[in-house]
Design a protein around this ligand. Structure first.
Ligand SMILES: Nc1nc2c(ncn2[C@@H]2O[C@H](COP(=O)(O)OP(=O)(O)OP(=O)(O)O)[C@@H](O)[C@H]2O)c(=O)[nH]1
Ligand SMILES: [Mg+2]
Length: 384
């Protein structure tokens, strides 16, 4: 190729690239508009991030491939759809209880076995004893004869323990300031490391996008860059932006502050803040979460503090949860990895222990495996 060929190529290629890049941005915009039914048209975070058409002297820069924005599935009815996952690891709690209750002439040993079954499923000592007592009373009063009646009785008792009257709605509606300004709902996620915080933020972001909300993510886990990358990947799949720090070990509170400030400026509906779970002692944890909370609430009220708890960790997880609940003012619990345990009774124990409702449950590693908790569906799931 000689010099003049090169020049001709440049004349043709430069405008062509500009057109392609501009077109790509447009398609990305249009696709986002269709897929996410965003209510508010101005400046979605993704739009703000959309690459500008390169200037003529940027020709050497490759146009990044337009990311495919996924359409997350709506969250309604998910627990019913994912119900069989509650029973994945072994016979569900309810089925084992029904099997004992169907025996003729229940002996002391049978009642003990029932209580043990409940304890093994992490229901907790108090609630287990209560449930067995209630069943014994009803057995005395009405007898336990026909299987449908026994199932009905057990169902009602389990449901009472899980408590269908608790308010499990997530506060994700934007608020307003005294001077008429608008603030996003701010949801902070806390919990021990490895419980599924980042995954939960990612899945929850998808639920919100599916509902038509605009969302911004804040990567306030600054212990390692990979944490922010992980979060950013979740967000980019559904076209939402992550506010993060470029350097490892940055101040998590300042990232949280920036995220909320950006959420206000960009007029998004919800800011989801991911935090680190690695702090070993209570004082350090209290300091860090306290500071994050203070800086956030300088700009907008905290709508939800969700404690993420790994259902497979049993009593140990519960002890850790207690510490978080004490320092962070938890408003709801997300119980993850319920697909990998027969210990669904932890729902009852953790609500009793912390006095806070389970609002969401994780039932797998897939992007849409997070379900709003529903007491009826849950009990039907563990009854098998
Ligand atoms: N089976 C199953 N796995 C889950 C669930 N939720 C999260 N996980 C997995 O748990 C692992 C840890 O998840 P993360 O979201 O990284 O946990 P984290 O709390 O953010 O961890 P740190 O940032 O290290 O504190 C990942 O492999 C997830 O895929 C769930 O509901 N079911
Ligand atoms: Mg994480």
């Amino acid at each position: 190729m000689d010099h003049s060929d090169l020049l001709t190529l440049l004349y043709v290629a430069v405008p062509a690239l500009v057109v392609i890049a501009g077109g790509g941005t447009l398609i990305a915009r249009r696709r986002r508009g269709e897929d996410t039914t965003t209510v508010e048209p101005p400046a979605t975070p993704a739009d703000l991030e959309a690459p500008e058409a390169p200037a003529a002297d940027d020709v050497a820069v490759e146009t990044p491939p337009t990311p495919t924005v996924e359409t997350p599935a709506p969250a309604a009815g998910r627990l019913a759809r994912l119900r069989d996952r509650l029973a994945r690891s072994g016979s569900p709690l309810g089925a084992r209880m029904l099997q004992v209750l169907s025996r003729d002439h229940l002996t002391e040993d049978d009642w003990d076995e029932l209580e043990e079954t409940l304890l093994l499923a992490d229901v907790g000592a108090g609630p287990s004893a209560e449930l067995v007592d209630a069943l014994r009373t009803q057995a005395r009063v009405q007898g336990l004869k026909d299987p449908a009646q026994v199932r009905g009785l057990l169902r009602a008792q389990l449901l009472a323990l899980v408590d269908p009257t608790l308010d499990r709605t997530l506060a994700t509606a934007p608020g307003s300031t005294e001077d008429g300004g608008r603030t996003p709902a701010v949801v902070m996620v806390v919990g021990v490391n490895g419980t599924g915080k980042t995954t939960t933020v990612g899945k929850l972001a998808r639920v919100l996008v599916a509902e038509g909300s605009t969302v911004l993510l804040g990567a306030a886990d600054t212990f390692r860059a990979a944490a922010a990358d992980q979060l950013e990947t979740w967000g980019s799949r559904v076209g939402i932006r992550t506010v993060r720090s470029d350097k490892d070990g940055a101040d998590p509170a300042s990232v949280a502050f920036e995220a909320v400030a950006a959420g206000i400026d960009e007029g998004v509906d919800v800011v989801l803040v991911d935090t680190a779970g690695r702090l070993q002692n209570k004082a350090g944890l209290m300091d860090e979460l306290g500071k994050i909370t203070r800086v956030i609430t300088r700009r907008a009220p905290l709508s939800e503090v969700l404690l993420v708890l790994d259902a497979t960790t049993g009593q140990n997880g519960l002890n850790q949860a207690r510490v978080f609940a004490e320092v962070a003012g938890v408003t709801g619990i997300v119980l993850t990895k319920l697909d990998g345990t027969a210990k669904g009774g932890i729902v009852v124990a953790v609500q009793r222990e912390l006095g806070v409702p389970v609002k969401l449950v994780g039932l797998g590693e897939g992007p849409d495996d997070l379900a709003p908790f529903d007491a009826d569906e849950f009990v039907d799931g563990i009854l098998g």
